[in-house]
Design a protein around this ligand. Sequence first.
Ligand code: ADP
Ligand code: MG
Length: 375
Amino acid sequence: MKGMKIMNFKQLGLSDDLIKILNKSGIADPTPIQKQSIPKIRDGKDVIAEAATGTGKTLAFLLPLLENINSKSNEIQALILTPTRELAIQITNEANKLKEFNDINILPVYGGKDIASQLKKLNNNIHLIIATPGRLLDHLERKTIDLSKLKTFILDEADQMLLMGFKNEVESIISKMPRKKQLLCFSATIDSSVKKLAYRYMKDPIEVFIKQDDISLDAIEQDIVETTDRKKRDALCKVLDEDNPFMAIIFCRTKRRVDELEAVLHTRKYNCEKLHSDIPQNKRERIMKSFRNAEIQYLIATDVAARGLDINGITHIYNYDIPESVESYIHRIGRTGRAGESGYTCMFIDPKNIKDVNEIEGAIGFKIRRRNVEI
Ligand code: ADP
Ligand code: MG
């Protein structure tokens, strides 16, 4: 059948060594976004790619990138830019798992981390940088990092980057790179602002678009609890007690709301920690690590935890506060139900949220079931 060609990693041009490492971690066949992007990236083309959350975008750019890097040269050849520190760390870990086949040096660069010692240790022999915009720009201005030999630049979660107001930073970073380079732009949604940015710097880009019906939201059971702002805490606790999830993220609208809820849940003896951008970096890392190790049951977070994070074992997502947009709803709940697993989500709304609820229901195409909570 047309369009149903079976393609494996070998046919996509990956080396046997890399395929072996993938197979060891249970990855046997490429996903649609990987099938379409890998050969083009290997060929050095500029690619702008859109595919829903959880479809394997990271490996879609990481695999050809690792193949293309020359570890014999001691120049910085590739840069991956991400909107959050957590995502930069996650991609670094993924790249580190794959790099044994090609001994490349990877440097993560993000705020709150001292990289001077690391720079020294690597003796300036770095091949790949994975960074958030602010801290990288610092280093570029102080000339402690040099991108003048860069070959490939990847913008991950490009729409979120712009949403977070990083447009100027991204453009300043691009201005420190050679004109001639490969530019890759990956995003769950390629809107007009992402396109505008990408096309400004890309040369004859190839667009890769994976249809929405491949998205995995079907695997996520969705509920709404209708409550009031005053009763929300007790309603949440009741639901948590009924569900007793293996691991869950509870999303709040603001840092302040995260702080308040964490204090309450802490007092009520829930195994919980909080994550937002005012928490010191070493603590953020410690918390993410224990969460990944399933030592924390509840992560209470702002949208810093909504994008791109891929954590095994998250069974439940609670929207304590309604997200700001339909996209944000999909990204938050997309932290569960990943890679073929099933998931559950529950959102707490008060009467003034009804317009936003209608918008979400319109976008996903059905009315979300109401869950009764007796408090
Ligand atoms: P996205 O960036 O599109 O949201 P990720 O790159 O984070 O998605 O991948 C989601 C999950 O799918 C990860 O756990 C990843 O290891 C897994 N994955 C990626 N590619 C494959 C594949 N070809 N086969 C099986 N699992 C995969
Ligand atoms: Mg991603």
